[in-house]
Design a protein around this ligand. Structure first.
Ligand SMILES: [Zn+2]
Length: 108
């Protein structure tokens, strides 16, 4: 039992040494100008995205808020804008809009 704990501890130390080694290696390569140090960028990219409207924290890759459907990134906003433009020039946009309003019980 004690031996097993000691073995695990050794493996943990070894694992953390490899992680630290990778950080040092990245820093050396970045200082030498061989790679760009993107640690901050990668960490920031994986952070949850707070919704500007309802403050819900959404996963880093969410395009829309899970609670209020607010657009969370520029790519999704552009996609919506493009789709709207396409829909507005289509010949049956007005008819579809009227049908939708009627179905929802809205006055046209
Ligand atoms: Zn929201």
């Amino acid at each position: 039992m004690i031996n097993l704990e000691k073995k695990n501890q050794t493996e943990n130390n070894l694992a953390s040494r490899f992680v630290i080694g990778a950080d040092v290696e990245r820093e050396i390569l970045a200082n030498a100008g061989i790679i760009q140090d993107d640690t901050a960028f990668v960490e920031k990219r994986l952070e949850p995205v707070a919704c500007p409207r309802c403050k819900t924290r959404n996963s880093h890759d969410s395009q829309y808020c899970n609670v209020c459907s607010m657009v969370l990134n520029e790519k999704a906003a552009v996609q919506i804008s493009d789709s709207l433009e396409t829909a507005q020039v289509s010949s049956d946009y007005a008819a579809l809009l009227m049908a939708l309003r009627r179905d929802l019980g809205m006055k046209s």
